[in-house]
Design a protein around this ligand. Structure first.
Ligand code: SAH
Length: 238
């Protein structure tokens, strides 16, 4: 039985509402999935939760749907932030997709001394996160923060939130650092953290230095491994 397509819509959903889906969704539904009037959908709006919907008309430029029954509430994902130095755009987009699938609540691009790719196309990143949320069944999108320099991030760090500093140079095994939500994982860029950044981090009261094992992981591997480990010990992946 083919899975009923799930789509994110930006406007707030209510039962009985009729709406025209945007061009990208129209293409996906009409051209790719060849859905006809009467075809079933699931819609979510990152606010009210997930709704059943039915296609009422398929035009060349827009697909019209009618919202039906409310199915389930917007999820409350475990309160984990992924703070990651931006990477080569395709790798960073891949990381944003994986972090979405793994249930992070917020992604914070952190500008560090050795960050090579300061400019990120946030629209493209967000589109990748929306697609991931549609595919993996999330009803809440992760927030995507604006890029922030590391020192500024630390200066305004919320004191109740533990910051797990994934340090390629060592630290306690993540499984032994219990950091219940609200928590955050920090991963550096391809070139790692500079000595001054490490000193700044280790002096910060919210920071816990964690190791992700004896091997040197690519940044995106470290982020995925770190989020998955945290979910297994402190989140909803257990
Ligand atoms: N500076 C390294 C590469 C850094 S890897 C080099 O010599 O090339 C990129 C980031 O992944 C690191 O900053 C760290 O946040 C994370 N990372 C990689 N391996 C890790 C490990 N074994 N433990 C903890 N974090 C790790």
């Amino acid at each position: 039985m083919r899975q009923i397509p799930r789509l994110f819509v930006a406007e707030e959903l209510t039962g009985g509402r009729r709406l025209a889906l945007p061009p990208a969704a129209t293409h996906q539904l009409a051209t790719v999935l060849r859905l006809e009037p009467g075809g079933e959908l699931r819609l979510f709006d990152d606010r009210t939760g997930e709704w059943a919907a039915r296609i009422t008309a398929v035009g060349r430029r827009a697909v019209e749907v009618e919202v039906g029954a409310w199915l389930r509430p917007r999820e409350a994902p475990p309160d984990l932030w992924l703070c990651a130095a931006p990477l080569r755009p395709e790798r960073f987009a891949w990381l944003a997709e994986k972090a979405t699938e793994l249930g992070v609540a917020r992604i914070v691009p952190v500008l560090t001394a050795r960050t090579q790719f300061h400019r990120q196309n946030l629209e493209r990143l967000r589109a990748r996160m929306v697609e991931a949320a549609e595919q993996c069944g999330r009803t809440a999108l992760p927030e995507l923060a604006a890029p922030v320099p590391l020192a500024e991030l630390l200066a305004g760090w919320p004191e109740r939130r533990a910051l797990l500093f994934a340090d390629e140079e060592g630290g306690a095994p993540l499984r032994s650092v219990l950091a219940p939500p609200p928590a955050a994982l920090l991963v550096g860029p391809e070139g790692g953290f500079a000595a001054a950044e490490r000193a700044l981090l280790l002096a910060h009261p919210a920071v816990r230095r964690v190791s992700l094992g004896p091997r040197l992981l690519r940044a995106e591997t470290a982020a995925v491994a770190g989020v998955a480990l945290w979910q297994a010990t402190s989140g909803d992946g257990s």
